[in-house]
Design a protein around this ligand. Structure first.
Ligand code: ITT
Length: 185
């Protein structure tokens, strides 16, 4: 089986390839601009994105969308993580969290997969805390300020370990379960 991974982020393609190649699924990186709706619901962003891609005549693909939801900030930056990174960045998130005792936060990743005319939408989650300062050199985006175990940030642990607990790793495992239960792999 061959699936297109429609994204501007080549890192995602490598991650999917790594997780899914064992199931005989081959990944192809496709850059295809499509409209992302402005809504605070990750699943809605993904479902509408899938509709837009199918309307272009493209089938058998994966897209995903991620968000970071900080409890004390009422879910900010939510489904706009890329915008928050570009504007206030990690220092801005840490400033907003200065003196805040409740450090709880959740990464979410919603994957939409169109396969054999069927639609699978799954959401993986990873709970953790926003740290008091930036820690670690690895990863990307919010990794230096997010810790799943309250000790090390995602920027301080190996990628394999991150994938074993992360929102995207959990979403990929849910996708594999769904593909298996439909007898597609
Ligand atoms: P596409 O939408 O083109 O697929 P993207 O990288 O913009 O690529 P995402 O919506 O998954 O897509 O991610 C948006 C931002 O969320 C990303 O630029 C990071 O700042 C942040 N982010 C997502 N996953 C993350 C992770 O595992 N660790 C840290 N930050 C993450």
């Amino acid at each position: 089986m061959k699936l297109k991974v429609i994204t501007s982020n080549p890192g995602k393609v490598a991650e999917y390839q790594k997780e899914l190649s064992g199931y005989g699924i081959e990944m192809e990186h496709v850059r295809l601009p499509y409209d992302e709706v402005q809504t605070s619901d990750l699943e809605e962003v993904v479902n509408k994105g899938m509709d837009a891609i199918i309307a272009k005549g493209v089938r058998d693909f994966i897209i995903d969308d991620s968000g970071l939801f900080v409890d004390a900030l009422k879910g900010f930056p939510g489904v706009w993580p890329a915008y928050a990174q570009k504007t206030i960045g990690n220092p801005g998130i840490l400033r907003l969290m200065e003196g805040v005792a409740d450090r709880g936060a959740e990464f979410r990743c919603c994957i939409g997969c169109d396969v054999n005319g069927e639609r699978i939408v799954v959401t993986g989650r990873c709970r953790g805390v926003i740290t008091e300062s930036e820690q670690g050199e690895g990863g990307f985006g919010f990794d230096p300020v997010f810790s799943h175990d309250g000790v090390r940030t995602f920027a301080e642990i190996p990628m394999d370990e991150k994938n074993s607990v992360s929102h995207r790793g959990n979403a990929v495992r849910l996708l594999i379960d769904a593909l298996k239960s439909k007898g597609l792999i």
